[in-house]
Design a protein around this ligand. Structure first.
Ligand SMILES: Cc1cc2nc3c(=O)[nH]c(=O)nc-3n(C[C@H](O)[C@H](O)[C@H](O)COP(=O)(O)O)c2cc1C
Length: 240
């Protein structure tokens, strides 16, 4: 009896999957950047088309970079090392919405720098619990050191953040004792502006060119999901 029911369910599932597949290609986007799509989603009484949503995502990311208390201030950043995935938290330092670019700061002696030299594929994960919003960005990283971009970014970096670039040994080097890796002089105080300059040659900027953004909004009446393909200039709604 159970076997007959299971078989019937299996056939129903196969039939509906076939019907879905014949009308819906998951790898194709249904609305190009140039067409207007009236279908949208209402969030906090505001109606968003796909185009509005794309802009909104970048405004949220921009806010994240500007406000240290914002939930989009940090991202989980994934890189590849010989086929293995490595994740770490990083602070958004600059967002350029019109270019779909995000900048991070790091120590050029770090593992992530080395990994990005091997493969510049990078993935960013954001979750804002209050807004119930997840964003996933896939992109390509460009590494900057000793150029105009790092020069400007370094000048804007305060001494408390410059601290991080003053470790005597490179990040990830094993130590016999728990340590900050800094010179003892900086154990209890920040370096002066002049002292902090020693960290400049370890300072790097990772700029990420977003190739796609996957947006998910959780809602009790049904989640919503959208995909923005910047490479092919397409956008579409997805089944969450
Ligand atoms: C809240 C938070 C923010 C961080 N921001 C940065 C950052 O902006 N840049 C950075 O290089 N590391 C940052 N880190 C440290 C990294 O997560 C990581 O531990 C470190 O960079 C070493 O990573 P790697 O060995 O993969 O290079 C942050 C950690 C936390 C917890």
């Amino acid at each position: 009896m159970h076997q007959v029911r299971d078989l019937r369910k299996k056939k129903q599932l196969q039939a509906s999957t076939k019907a879905l597949n014949s009308t819906f290609n998951p790898h194709r986007c249904y609305s190009s950047m140039s067409t207007t799509n009236s279908a949208g989603v209402t969030i906090n009484d505001l109606f968003y088309t796909l185009e509005d949503l794309d802009k909104d995502c970048w405004v949220r990311l921009l806010n994240g970079a500007l406000k240290s208390k914002d939930e989009f201030h940090t991202a989980a950043v994934a890189t590849l090392q010989d086929g293995d995935i490595n994740f770490r938290t990083m602070v958004l330092r600059k967002v350029i919405p019109q270019e779909k670019q995000i900048h991070f700061h790091t120590d050029i002696r770090s593992k992530k720098w080395e990994e990005l030299q091997q493969s510049n594929n990078i993935s960013l994960l954001f979750y804002n619990a209050a807004a119930k919003m997840q964003m996933r960005i896939n992109g390509q990283a460009t590494l900057h050191c000793n150029n105009a971009i790092t020069e400007t970014a370094w000048e804007k970096t305060g001494v408390s953040s410059r601290h991080s670039y003053l470790t005597i040994a490179p990040p990830s080097i094993p130590s016999a004792v728990p340590t900050s890796g800094l010179d003892e002089a900086f154990a209890l105080r920040n370096p002066t502006q002049e002292e902090s300059e020693a960290g400049k040659h370890n300072f790097g900027v990772i700029s990420v060119q977003a190739l796609s953004l996957d947006w998910l909004w959780l809602h009790h009446a049904g989640h919503r999901r959208a995909f923005f393909d910047y490479k092919n200039q397409e956008r579409c709604w997805l089944i969450p």
